[in-house]
Design a binder for this molecule. Structure first.
Ligand SMILES: NC(=O)c1ccc[n+]([C@@H]2O[C@H](COP(=O)([O-])OP(=O)(O)OC[C@H]3O[C@@H](n4cnc5c(N)ncnc54)[C@H](OP(=O)(O)O)[C@@H]3O)[C@@H](O)[C@H]2O)c1
Length: 247
């Protein structure tokens, strides 16, 4: 995995704690390597120390002990450079290939663009030009190549389309992940709270068709004239309480 913008807020507050969790739970592949890229003047050990400081401050990193951090840190490497400098991509490629040679079967390459949105287009172009992230037509091909682009994906419909066009020039659609975790957050909160037993005032019993009710609502029998509305204790997946306060 290559994190471009590895010394930024997103990387330190969100990505590294999430990866640390995955490592602790044994969900990262054996040969997992993370190469951080930013302009800060570090070597590998300097980057590891910087990540360690962030994890120590992070509420999201969960329980930490030196052993867990040392195991995680051994997977971290650093390339210093400016994303506007073509030579930097060569340095990343050499580092990546060096790590991949040490793995019997590298699974794939994931490039995470945790950089300012103004750099998305040029970074995708450079990754492609330097053959770091080339187009792969077969979604099942291995080693795979994926690129994650953070939000905002464009500032308007037109700029989003332009960015999309450029991304699709260099990569197949299955290779691209456009992330907006905040949109997902609202959606999941709304849907998990819709298990509230609000009776419907409409004769069709619309509320009983909640998409996230824990069991399917009973169907009205053919002979009944009134809509079947079942009351059951409310349970909210977000609050884990029987009375949801966030719906
Ligand atoms: N922070 C969040 O919670 C959050 C949430 C959602 C989306 N995002 C998105 O995630 C992206 C990153 O956000 P952020 O808050 O982490 O930004 P940030 O704190 O400004 O970090 C940007 C990172 O990019 C690096 N960088 C910037 N210009 C560079 C260049 N020319 N060459 C090499 N590295 C360069 C910086 O390196 P140096 O450290 O060397 O300057 C830094 O590591 C943005 O697109 C943002 O919209 C962030």
């Amino acid at each position: 995995m290559v994190v471009l913008g590895a010394e930024g807020d997103l990387s330190h507050r969100k990505l590294m704690p999430a990866l640390f969790h995955l490592a602790g739970d044994g969900h990262l592949p054996d040969g997992f390597t993370l190469i951080g890229v930013a302009r800060r003047d570090h070597d590998d050990d300097g980057f590891r120390a910087s990540v360690k400081r962030s994890l120590a401050e992070s509420k999201e990193a969960g329980p930490k002990d030196e052993g867990a951090f040392d195991r995680f840190a051994r997977r971290l490497f650093y390339v210093k450079g400016d994303l506007n400098d073509p030579a930097m991509y060569g340095a990343v490629r050499r580092r990546l290939e060096e790590r991949e040679r040490q793995e019997p079967r590298p699974e794939g390459r994931l490039f995470y663009l945790a950089v300012p949105p103004s750099l998305y287009a040029s970074t995708v172009e450079s990754l492609s030009r330097e053959r770091l992230a080339a187009r792969v037509r077969d979604p099942d091909a291995t080693p795979w190549i994926r690129v994650v682009i953070e939000k905002p994906f464009g500032r308007s419909r037109q700029t989003a389309r332009e960015l999309n066009r450029l991304v699709n020039e260099h990569l197949s659609e299955h290779q691209v992940f456009r992330i907006d975790h905040y949109l997902g957050k609202d959606t999941s909160r709304t849907s998990s709270c819709s298990a509230s037993p609000t009776p419907s005032s409409s004769p069709s019993g619309a509320a009983s068709r909640s998409t996230t009710s824990r069991s399917p609502p009973p169907r009205p029998s053919a002979s009944s004239t009134a809509p079947a509305i079942t009351r059951r204790p409310a349970w909210c997946g977000t609050c884990s309480r029987t009375t949801c306060s966030s719906s």
